[in-house]
Ligand binder design. Sequence first.
Ligand code: PMP
Ligand code: GLN
Length: 381
Amino acid sequence: LLSKLPDVGTSIFSVMTQLAQENGAINLAQGFPDYDPPRPLLEALARQVLTPGHQQYAPMPGLPSLREAIAAKTARLYGHQPDPATDITVTSGATEALYAVLAAVVRPGDEVLILEPAYDLYGPAVRLQGGIPVYVPLQFPDFRPDWDQVVAALTPRTRLVMINTPHNPTGAILTPADLDTLAALLRNTDTLLLSDEVYEHMVFDGAAHASVTGHPELRERAFVLSSFGKTYHATGWKVGYCIAPARLSAELRRVHQFVTFSVSTPTQYALAEVLPDTTLYDMLPAFYQQKRDLFRELLAPAGFRLLPVQGGYFQVADFSALAPGVSDEDFARRLTTETGVAVVPLSAFYHNRHDQSLIRFCFAKQDATLHAAAERLRQRQ
Ligand code: PMP
Ligand code: GLN
């Protein structure tokens, strides 16, 4: 069989989780919490599952009540109310939204600008559409975009620019000034924007999330994605959504209807019930900042250089002082099999880069898990 992605193996998240299980390692590799969703959400789902009539296909773009709740939340947080009828589409996780947006807008030969490191599906999903990923490196060590390099990479064939704030894997965030700069660069072009904002509620040190939905110029050309998996510690529920102007949402829906058609009905009812409770997400910045600070403090004596984390739920660490010359893949493997802590090598987020001594830890874990992992990492020395 002639593979469409001959160079792509199994996702690093599956590989490291399996290695963690085989070795009894604490899994700080794949990004998921080891605590449950808020009780009111679980109770809402249990109720909805037992509600007759809530078990068949949901409307293709999402339940109206959930789309209305998303519109209200967006207005409250970012000062712009998308039209629930035309501008919001509920998807099977942000993953489906990413894939469906790319399938909807990228034509063979189109260029798509990706800032690297990048979430692992971006490049392959572009290529599956016949698109050409154009990679622009984020700048070490703070992983900010160099806008001059972005300008240099834009061409009349650039169909789409992909951004991700807060950023996986680095925890960097874009500022309102960054969005202004990007708006100026895209002005007078037909280039679209995909803004992956799945970690929108995890921004630290008093910063506010700069959402593209709050940017009047950029949002006119943008697909903005979020994920209830992140917001409600429910990565296994696989529900996310995309906000885009009606003309762009219509294109997304053309594809979404043939990928999944619609998303789990009782789950949408449950999410629609709890989304108006702002306390459930307003606490997330403090909740995750405490975990970031605890993990960094526990890890301080372990010999890593910890890079700054402004948002998200990942910590990038430089291990070069501990294992000079060792590749990040080898180091991640050894940490999993010998030390009992699974991590992700940062090279997994690059299409072709293996010269950095960087790994990613997920700190979306119970404090006890972070203590146990840090203990193993400290003793390793
Ligand atoms: N984008 C980024 C940056 C992510 O980290 C993730 C989750 N790992 C996704 C998209 C996918 O989100 P979901 O789990 O809702 O499909
Ligand atoms: N987003 C998660 C991460 O970055 C993993 C998602 C997945 O396993 N596909 O670790």
